[in-house]
Each structure stands twice: as structure tokens, then as C-alpha cells.
Design a protein around this ligand. Structure first.
Ligand code: 5GP
Length: 193
């Protein structure tokens, strides 16, 4: 039986690029429209087709660092010279409205969330194997050897961090990965942590 008084849990999903994390989350959201993705703040440049306030809140470095100074972030991290972070207010407002929220952030950020909100559920989407990921990255033919090596090092760090996650989904078939994500979320919603 559903308990309507139960506090909403925060689901945090991480997984390095190249593992198809975006496709899995997109598939889940299509089938579960009562869930929404948290909108992060970033200092990186807007890519073509991205909309401010939809994909990210695009802010200047000064604005971002002011938020850090004022302790406005639940978590934040830096990649390749850009900052990314989740504002506390955004999450608190969503949970207060009893909304189901998913955070799609990196593993460093996910572990910060877990420290502050121990009831949050961390899910890692892993590549079937490092060799498979390397093959996929090479196959894209968009990056130099050096960039690929750097990315693989980052993935290794993420896999190391993921040992502290609650769940791991191996994405060898997208359809199965989406089903597994659904199963995990439904089960977690039914129990208190
Ligand atoms: P992209 O620049 O491709 O949109 O995102 C790069 C990385 O930043 C992805 O791994 C994504 O999960 C991560 N990311 C996006 N938003 C946040 C955030 O608010 N906090 C953290 N820690 N990572 C984020």
C-alpha cells in the first residue's frame, strides 16, 4: 500500500559519458512522467540547442563562486575548467512539493549528496567493461589518443567512487538497463531508509 505521508527520496544517477547514461535516464523519464530531472547550474558554454533554465542554469564563474561562498549548493564539482552544481533550494522546493526528483551528476557530487542526505539513493550506470567503453570511445573517432586516455582515467576514478554507491546497473542493453532502473526506484520508494 502506498504511504502518502512518506518523505520523497532523492535519486542520484552517475555514470561517465560514453556509457549511455543519458539514453537510460531519458527512457526512464518517458515511461515515468511523474519524475523530473533536477536542473543544475553550470559555468560551461551553452551548446547548440540548449536552453537556459531547461538543460542548465547557465551562469558566470563569479556568480557560481558567490553561490559556493554563500553555501547555496548541495554539491558541486569542477570538470575541465567548468563548474557544475546543484542548488539546495531547487532540491528542497521539489521535495517539499512531493515531487519525484532525479539528479544526474558526477560521482564526486553524488557522494557529497549522500553525506548531507543519507536517505538519498545513489545509482551508478556502468559500462559492460572498460574494454567495451574504450572501443566505443575510439569508434566515435572524435577524440585524440590523449583525450581518450584522459577520459578512461576519469572513468576508472568514477568506477572507484561507485563502490560507495547503493546500486550499480551494467548497461549492456539499454532496454534492460531502463527496466532495472525502474525496479530499483520502485523498490526504494516502497521502503524507508
Ligand atoms: P555536460 O557538460 O556534458 O553537460 O556534463 C558533464 C558532466 O557534468 C556529466 O558527467 C554530468 O553528469 C555532470 N554534471 C552535470 N550537472 C552536474 C551537477 O550539478 N553537479 C555535478 N557534480 N556534476 C554535474
Amino acid at each position: 500500500m502506498q504511504n502518502f505521508d512518506r518523505k520523497k527520496k532523492l535519486f542520484v544517477i552517475s555514470g561517465s559519458s560514453g556509457v549511455g547514461k543519458g539514453t537510460v535516464i531519458e527512457g526512464f523519464l518517458k515511461r515515468n512522467p511523474n519524475f523530473s530531472l533536477s536542473i543544475s547550474y553550470t559555468t560551461r558554454a551553452k551548446r547548440e540547442g540548449e536552453v537556459d533554465g531547461v538543460n542548465y542554469f547557465f551562469v558566470s564563474k563569479e556568480e557560481f563562486l558567490m553561490g559556493v561562498k554563500n553555501d547555496e549548493f548541495l554539491e558541486w564539482a569542477e570538470f575541465s575548467g567548468n563548474y557544475y552544481g546543484t542548488k539546495k533550494e531547487f532540491v528542497q522546493k521539489s521535495l517539499a512539493k512531493n515531487k519525484n526528483l532525479i539528479l544526474e551528476i558526477d560521482t564526486q557530487g553524488a557522494l557529497q549528496v549522500k553525506e548531507k542526505m543519507s536517505e538519498s539513493v545513489l545509482i551508478f550506470i556502468a559500462p559492460p567493461s572498460l574494454q567495451d567503453l574504450e572501443f566505443r570511445l575510439r569508434n566515435r573517432k572524435t577524440e585524440t589518443e590523449e583525450a581518450i586516455a584522459k577520459r578512461l582515467d576519469f572513468v576508472k576514478m568514477e568506477i572507484q567512487n561507485s563502490q560507495r554507491f547503493d546500486y550499480r546497473i551494467v548497461n549492456d542493453k539499454v532496454e534492460y538497463a531502463i527496466e532495472e532502473l525502474e525496479r530499483i526506484i520502485k523498490t526504494e520508494e516502497a521502503y524507508e531508509r
